[in-house]
Design a protein around this ligand. Sequence first.
Ligand SMILES: C[S@@+](CC[C@H](N)C(=O)[O-])C[C@H]1O[C@@H](n2cnc3c(N)ncnc32)[C@H](O)[C@@H]1O
Length: 518
Amino acid sequence: MSSTAWVSRVEVRAGESRVRADKVHSILANRLKHGDEQYLVRWITKSSTPNPPLSWHYIWELSRCLEQVQVYLDSREEALGNLPPQEHPSKRKSPDSGDADSERHPSPFGRRLNDGSRESSSSRSSSLVPLTGATRSLGIEIYNGVIKSEYNIIYGKAASAPDIPKLELSRVPTPWMLQESWSSKVDVAARMIRTEYVRRLAKVPGPPIHLVNIYDSTTPSLRFKYITEYVYGEGVVRADPGSQVGCQKCSPSMSRNIGCEYTQKCDCLEFADVDEKRLREDQRALYEKVMAEGGSTVGFPKKFPYYTQDTTTHKPGTLVGFYLHSRRMIYECNDKCKCGNYCRNKNVQFGRRKEVEIFKTPDGRGWGLRCKEDLVEGEFIDTYRGEVITDAEATRRERSASKAKASYLYELDKFADDNIDPSRICVVDGEFMGGPTKFINHSCEPNCRQYTVSYNKFDIYIYDIALFACRDIPAGEELTFDYMDREEEEGDSKTPEPGEGGVPCLCGAKKCRKWLWT
Ligand SMILES: C[S@@+](CC[C@H](N)C(=O)[O-])C[C@H]1O[C@@H](n2cnc3c(N)ncnc32)[C@H](O)[C@@H]1O
């Protein structure tokens, strides 16, 4: 079909059309047109072309592709931060010294900063390029193609008729566009992105999640999906659902209506650690034999993980000291158990019950998380959710990411020392899908701790990572945990020396180990 025939079908009325998000490759520049924000869209074409269609759109037309707008604004912000003071168009503080990161993140700004001096004056002004009659009638400036609209959705299509204005992708943004981009405000786009993020937060099940940023106009990435259950990636081998068994000798009301009551009856505790302090004298020799030679610990004293209602000293549901001060696996009862919904041994599986707030930290640690309510020691906060991927896929993602980029990978290697298949160890990636816990920062003196919780005692590869308060935490205090997850006995030990790409720790704790990971 010729481009002119195609263009003649266009009927776009201002203010009603929206750019089709899945056809937008990226945003390349911004400017103000009659005081309103406009952004230059690079369209995706079916076949590869060095000159894909590019078109200017008002920000309100871009509500379907705010993710791309946000990526653009972040790279613009980074480029502005990296500019030498004399080139800086605004009154921002002088840039941090020596940050060469812009090379690692492909950005229209990075590209232009490198070769802008070669730009010819003919490609300077986007608005001076003559437009075809049809595109002009739409009020949309388009290069290398034509615009089509159906059901108020705008599409861009490559076309090469002689009257179609040309703009080489390799020259975009031109130095002229770049200057305009730097000096034009982007407040409306920033507000729309934030509004969209808050809208998505409101849909997350459970108590409200708030968003607070008193330092700048950024918003956490929209390229993120809130989920409450793991999403399993390709290649992850899951346990046969039939391998999950429930406790059969327990019942909802054994005497106190708290579900499971006797640790020796509850099959779910079969693999739970033995409470050595409560071993009877006549059990010790057998226990030591089992420990040395292997065998079942059924019949030895175990502990349920949570306090129940009948304690006056602790809040029901909080972790008992046996678990709180250790790295013991927590085995909760499950749907196949006979103990019912109100069993004392069910907690983490019900998910977050606290109102939390995502907030921008003032000191370069990105976003953080805090709770709107007081928490007591041992209280459950939320699980770490994300995409469960294979170790190989996690390695691939790690290698393709810049070293300075935040990491959201959490390895499920609790049983790595046991006789397990190392190729089946999985990793939870919370970067693109997960919960608010993805924002919990590291501290060398944390107020939370991560615990492993299983609902299938036979599955040693997939389990939950649950975050609990490890001391009383007043409302509003930032939640933190120790990313290195070391056992008590390992103590504070020496500060690890960083390897290449070690990330400096900014936790500010007195006993800070100086490096986040090495
Ligand atoms: C799981 S994310 C935490 C949320 C993150 N702050 C954000 O904005 O998305 C982990 C990343 O946060 C940053 N971070 C967390 N704790 C930090 C600390 N104590 N010092 C420096 N950076 C920290 C690092 O970039 C790290 O890779």
